[in-house]
Design a protein. Structure first.
Length: 284
């Protein structure tokens, strides 16, 4: 990223941890040669994973076209990202990944498959997305301020003119298993309004997790949100759920491939829960 903006950055709760960030020579060479085709370089905020509050982002220019848009938060090694992009060349697919080796692996996979409709931003999605799409939540500090801002656009923000997404994916986010860390989970009331602000009316937020209590939290979050409707309310009831009659889970989406990450969860004996909710017309 370029040099950091001089504007003060807000403190924030991060929904991810950064593991080792060193790359081998192979990936360093690949990023130097092919990275510019896929990576969108934006002004940095006051740490390595933040985007500057005044960063300009023109979605149509970055992809070179208008079109259907899918956003993936945390693509990991890019298995889902590249598979979908290859199968849907008419879609634009934007990924946000804070882990540098993950970005490199996404680039490697996209380059290997000769993909041209993927762009990657190396940043904290929860912090960056409100800025990139010109939401009122951009730059907000406290969770209650972000919740109050909801999905509303800031008309004065230059990025508010960016098209809204048709789909948002949050597949197998960090479960933050310890109770004291649950506040770090990205699918939360704090992020639900932001997610709504990224999507067009009728757009879909798709989620998946292999941790039961996170699945329950996801379901509770989206069903409590005024901005989403759950077409699967009451379906696929979970006997392990503290409220087993509630259900609310979706069948596996045919567009979500089996990744190595999911395979490990299944091998460990964990249940996979999918959720699919639809952005309604509520704005506040």
């Amino acid at each position: 990223m370029p040099e950091k903006s001089g504007r003060p950055e807000f403190a924030r709760i991060k929904s991810f941890t950064l593991r080792g960030s060193r790359l081998g020579d192979k990936y360093e060479t690949l990023l130097a040669e092919r990275g510019p085709e896929f990576i969108i370089d934006l002004p940095a905020g006051h740490d390595a994973t933040a985007v500057a509050a005044d960063a300009r982002f023109d979605l149509v220019r970055e992809f070179g076209r208008s079109g259907h848009l899918a956003i993936e938060i945390g693509p990991g090694s890019g298995e889902q990202l590249v598979s979908f992009a290859a199968a849907h060349p008419d879609w634009n697919v934007l990924a946000l990944e804070a882990w540098h080796p993950g970005v490199a692996r996404c680039v490697a996979r996209a380059a290997r498959e000769n993909i041209t409709n993927v762009r990657i931003i190396e940043a904290d999605a929860a912090q960056a997305l409100p800025i990139l799409f010109g939401l009122e939540a951009a730059g907000k500090n406290a969770p209650e301020e972000i919740i109050a801002a909801g999905p509303r656009l800031n008309p004065a923000h230059p990025n508010a003119e960016n098209p809204r997404a048709d789909m948002l994916w949050t597949f197998f986010p960090d479960p933050w298993r310890k109770a004291r860390h649950h506040k770090r989970r990205i699918v939360s009331p704090t992020f639900a309004g932001v997610a709504a602000g990224l999507l067009r009316q009728g757009g879909t937020w798709r989620m998946a997790t292999d941790w039961d209590d996170y699945a329950w939290q996801m379901r509770d979050t989206v069903e409590a949100s005024p901005y989403f409707d759950n077409p699967h309310a009451g379906n696929l009831q979970d006997p392990a759920d503290p409220e087993p009659e509630r259900g609310g889970y979706a069948p596996r989406w045919e567009g979500r491939i089996m990744t190595r990450f999911e395979e490990r969860g299944i091998e460990a004996g964990r249940t996979i829960h999918d959720l699919e909710v639809i952005r309604n017309g509520q704005s506040s």
